[in-house]
Design a protein around this ligand. Structure first.
Ligand code: GUN
Length: 305
């Protein structure tokens, strides 16, 4: 048999899929007992969604979160405000929800229209109801490793995916692409804590990073959250690394009925053969964000009880 055939020299390897849907379902199953216990005490966990304007992606995301609430027996209400809403009117609504004892969690879906300052909005939600983990008190508690705070759902979901997929985080080289407040920065804070399921060496890369690919190739765990379609290619990944794709990017696709389709920040087809473990997209991080929101809401209800 000739020795230069593909079959003899390159065994077919593919990264194991990290099934976010299955892990999210497991987390939601674990929450069901806690929800029943609350209901037996006369407390129905409640979550209020606030959406401003008609951003199509936000509609889809809030719709999925409402569905998860309904499936778990969490009471939810959605407030939809017009695109032109003034900041002060949104703040009035938030103060009303802060004072409403049926509402244990409040989520204001980003992005917000430009006349509304996100920082003011997220500071107005009571830290006790801030199931998004965006209030400065909760951001501070994350930095201080104070477990009484709420942690942002997407990075918390990524950490759960790693832990439940038996990816070793302690001592690992973690490279995060993206320094946003929703994912990159809190993700780094979570994984570098001196704690069980953390204790990693964390690098955050961003648009000013020199030789970004070299940083990526050092990573045992590569987390892509910078919002550039299919940016991570096979030659940027260390063989056997764990690759987590947080990206959601809409790209033109004349072959699609709608003329476009969603892709992640990772070029999945080329990266999978190099990776040890990899999240599909969709079906990786997305369902975990929702599961962690449900988890934060149940905890907010338990704390209020
Ligand atoms: N927009 C994108 N991700 C998020 C999130 O985690 N929470 C909120 N409120 N808005 C978002």
């Amino acid at each position: 048999m000739p020795s230069n055939t593909l079959t003899s020299e390159a065994p077919d390897s593919v990264g194991t899929l990290i099934d976010g849907r299955a892990i999210a379902a497991q987390i939601q199953h674990e929450l069901a007992g806690r929800i029943t216990a609350l209901i037996e005490r006369g407390i129905v966990p409640g979550l209020a969604f606030v959406r401003v304007g008609e951003d199509p992606a936000s509609k889809v995301y809030v719709g999925r979160k409402e569905k998860a609430c309904a499936e778990l027996g969490i009471f939810s209400q959605t407030h939809v405000l017009p695109e032109q809403t003034q900041e002060s009117d949104l703040l009035v609504l938030l103060e009303r929800l802060n004072a409403d004892s049926r509402v244990h969690g409040i989520l204001v879906q980003a992005p917000l229209p430009k006349q509304i300052r996100e920082s003011i909005v997220y500071s107005t939600v009571s830290p006790k109801k801030d199931v998004d983990g965006f209030h400065p008190v909760n951001v501070g508690k994350l930095m201080l490793a104070d477990p009484t705070g709420f942690q942002p759902c997407t990075p918390a979901g990524v950490r759960e995916l790693l832990v439940r997929s038996q990816v070793k985080i302690g001592g690992a080289e973690v490279v995060i692409l993206g320094r946003g407040n929703i994912v990159g920065k809190p993700m780094a804070a979570m994984l570098c804590q001196k704690d069980k399921n953390a204790n990693a060496t964390v690098t955050i890369c961003h648009s000013a990073t020199r030789d970004l690919a070299a940083h990526c190739r050092r990573a045992d765990i590569l987390i892509a959250a910078m919002g550039v379609a299919e940016f991570v290619k096979a030659d940027m990944v260390k063989p056997g690394a764990t690759v987590i794709d947080v990206g959601v990017n809409r790209v033109n696709d004349p072959a699609a009925k709608s003329g476009s389709r969603l892709v992640g920040d990772v070029d999945f087809a080329s990266v999978r053969p190099v990776a040890g473990k990899i999240t599909p997209n969709p079906g990786g991080v997305g369902p975990m964000t929702i599961a962690m929101l449900m988890s934060n809401t149940v905890r907010a209800a338990e704390m209020a009880a």
